[in-house]
Design a protein around this ligand. Structure first.
Ligand code: SF4
Length: 321
């Protein structure tokens, strides 16, 4: 498999304006110098708790949120710095599926109208007959009879709406799709249907996914490799099997321990110290040091760099220097 996307030292900072009564402006490092890659037809799962920067990363990679610094190499071409016009062909190749399908569907439009819009935008010369055939095919690909294209979003259930959202994302034949928590709002049985559909489409259309979720079982099912984010940093990346058998970063192990299991937890175990506490990045040093049971003086003073501990297994932690 060849390299599709390479992200190097990507950051996205937000600075608040100066407030009333002399309140100082503050810079939030939502994504802080993260590096990863995604190959053709590969799924990289990104997992972490709410507010860790997963969704911001997905949007920054697509330049929906303008990155503060870093490189986004798509088939070797750096997308940062491209003009709106120059970005057009990449907008077609790189799509997004949102957590809430309503974000992608206009409630006043039929499904057909919602699907026509992106196809026409990227293929203005397309004829009516070809357009109709393409929409019918899309409906069938996501499991609907073509006649359902005449319905409005409110006539579908949540899972069905998400399948329409997926149809819209693939309507312009992308190569890469950011899937931003696409099954988080669905029942477990419906989640399985949507995940299976996404796997089928990946095989048939040779898609690459960046799949964002806070749910480790979903990540395990869908991903070829897993990346763990904490406080804007990518703290561990490994192949899925290796990650679930041998997670190294203390935060990854806390995440795993937080998955409900039918056993009584030993609350004296230091490993569980981080569960349930609020993620608050330490200003200096390792962002996890205020919650980490193994933190020492060096962790509080020095930010750990990402290192390849075994082939393909990257960790940012001083324990593995
Ligand atoms: Fe814990 Fe130190 Fe590793 Fe950070 S660098 S995860 S504080 S041991």
């Amino acid at each position: 498999m060849s390299r599709l996307l390479e992200v190097k030292n990507l950051s996205k900072f937000y600075t608040s304006k100066q407030g009333f009564f002399g309140a100082k402006s503050e810079t939030v490092k939502a994504v802080n110098r993260i590096t990863f890659h995604i190959d053709e037809q590969e799924t990289l799962g990104i997992v972490g708790e709410s507010g860790c920067g997963k969704s911001t990363t997905g949007r920054a990679v697509l330049r929906l949120h303008e990155p503060t610094e870093g490189e986004i190499l798509y088939r070797g071409k750096d997308l940062c710095g491209l003009s709106l016009e120059e970005m057009k062909p990449y907008r077609q190749k790189m799509q997004i599926v949102f957590q809430n399908a309503n974000s992608a569907l206009d409630p006043r439009w039929t499904v057909e109208q919602s699907l026509v819009e992106p196809i026409r935008l990227h293929n203005p010369e397309i004829g009516r007959q070809e357009l109709d055939q393409r929409i019918d095919r899309l409906m069938e690909e996501v499991g609907f009879a073509p006649m359902y294209k005449k319905k409005y979003p409110h006539e579908f259930s949540g899972g069905q709406r998400q399948r329409i959202g997926i149809a819209k994302a693939i309507s312009v034949s992308p190569e890469f799709v950011v899937c931003d928590e696409p099954v988080s709002a669905l029942d477990v049985s419906v989640q399985a249907q949507v995940l299976n559909l996404m796997k089928k489409l990946q095989r048939e259309r040779k898609l690459s996914y960046m799949f964002i979720s806070h749910d480790l079982s979903v990540i395990r099912f869908i991903s070829d490799r897993v990346g763990v984010m904490y406080a804007g940093r990518l703290v561990e990346v490994a192949e899925t099997k290796e990650f679930f058998e041998n997670a190294l970063h203390p935060y990854s192990r806390v995440l795993m321990a937080a998955v409900p299991k039918p056993v009584v937890m030993d609350d004296k175990d230091e490993l569980y110290r981080g569960i349930g506490t609020i993620a608050k990045a330490s200003k200096e040093g390792c962002p996890f040091c205020s919650r980490c049971a193994q933190a020492d003086g060096r962790c509080r003073a020095e930010m750990p760099e990402q290192r390849e501990v075994t082939p393909g297994h990257f960790v940012s932690c001083h324990l593995y220097d």
